[in-house]
Design a protein around this ligand. Structure first.
Ligand SMILES: [Zn+2]
Length: 138
């Protein structure tokens, strides 16, 4: 999960707090940052969700804070990844593996929800799978 900056340097992926309208704090937003020129940008995978959240807040939001990882699966995986990295025995854990594992877990849940015919649950799992770009067969 790296991207090349306009200046040629590789950007690092970090979880940052985004402050909107000077009032709303959105924590754990995955952002690419460049150590050389300080350029930063929200990762493309979460842009739609983040702008959706900001739209919902409207023009004059109340002072409040959000955990972006609670409404976006990418942010969720990255928060878990950061926790896993802190423990020595799983230092070799790759982000790609975590995404794959999370996708598998969600697909298992999806099958379970399908069996229970729980439409609301199905929808929320479907949304999470789409957020991490999983392909689904019907
Ligand atoms: Zn740069």
């Amino acid at each position: 999960m790296q991207k090349q900056c306009n200046c040629g340097e590789l950007m690092n992926l970090k979880l940052r707090t985004v402050i909107f309208s000077g009032k709303v704090e959105i924590d754990n937003v995955p952002i690419y940052t460049c150590a050389i020129c300080s350029h930063s940008e929200v990762i493309p995978e979460v842009k739609a969700d983040l702008s959706g959240l900001i739209q919902e807040l409207g023009d004059r939001p109340e002072k409040q804070s959000y955990l972006f990882n609670e409404c976006n699966e990418w942010a969720n995986i990255l928060v878990e990844y950061k926790l896993v990295q802190k423990t020595a025995q799983s230092a070799q854990y790759k982000l790609e593996q975590m995404i794959e594992q999370r996708t598998n877990d969600l697909l298992d849940l999806y099958l379970l929800a399908q069996g229970l015919k729980d439409e609301v649950w199905l929808d929320s799992i479907r949304k999470r799978l789409l957020q991490i770009g999983a392909q689904m067969k019907n």
